[in-house]
Write a protein that binds this ligand. Structure first.
Ligand code: FMN
Length: 159
């Protein structure tokens, strides 16, 4: 017995999350960014996180190729960035928002995000139509401010 996929999708629309932009690189070295909310902290010591990405998409292919990525938790006023990197065509995702800094590992972090993290992939697990990337967090930047939220297909903020 398997739950109805439409109902299952509707169920998760009712689960509020934060929103991140994941940054990696295209095979030609250009940046590539995508909006992601399927993220969780796996371990504190050592720091490990999990990112779930649709298998077969560019993001999944590029993460596998690069072996590292950046996670940027967005601020309450960055819904436009989330919307852009959640919908834009692949060629448009190759341009990052103006203010970003290239970490020495080659991962780009957004200067004005609430949190920036540089992650190195340690494990990959195929799960249904997604791939789970378990990654060691090598560098963390934390700033003050409210967070962007996603719920029922709408953006909100923590105020
Ligand atoms: C709020 C929001 C959250 C998203 N979270 C994820 C996610 O966690 N994993 C994922 O694979 N795609 C997620 N997406 C879809 C991607 O941003 C993107 O549209 C898709 O992965 C693009 O495919 P590509 O990897 O071929 O570029 C999300 C989109 C939105 C708007």
């Amino acid at each position: 017995m398997t739950a109805d996929p439409t109902l299952y999708r509707q169920a998760w629309r009712r689960f509020p999350t934060g929103v991140s932009v994941v940054t990696t690189r295209s095979p030609d070295g250009a940046p590539y960014a995508t909006t992601a909310n399927a993220l969780l902290s796996v371990s504190l010591d050592p720091p490990l996180l999990l990112l779930s990405v649709a298998t077969g998409g560019n993001t999944c292919d590029y993460l596998r190729r690069e072996g590292c990525f950046g996670v940027n938790f967005l601020r309450g006023d960055q819904a436009e960035i989330a919307d852009f990197y959640g919908r834009a065509a692949p060629e448009e995702r190759r341009t990052l928002p103006e203010a970003h800094t290239m970490h020495e590992s080659g991962v780009a972090l957004l200067d004005n995000a609430l949190v920036g993290m540089v992650c190195h992939i340690e494990q990959q697990v195929e799960a249904g139509d997604h791939t789970l990337f378990v990654a060691a967090v090598e560098h963390v930047e934390v700033r003050e401010g409210g967070a962007l939220l996603f719920h029922e297909g709408q953006y909100g903020n923590t105020g």
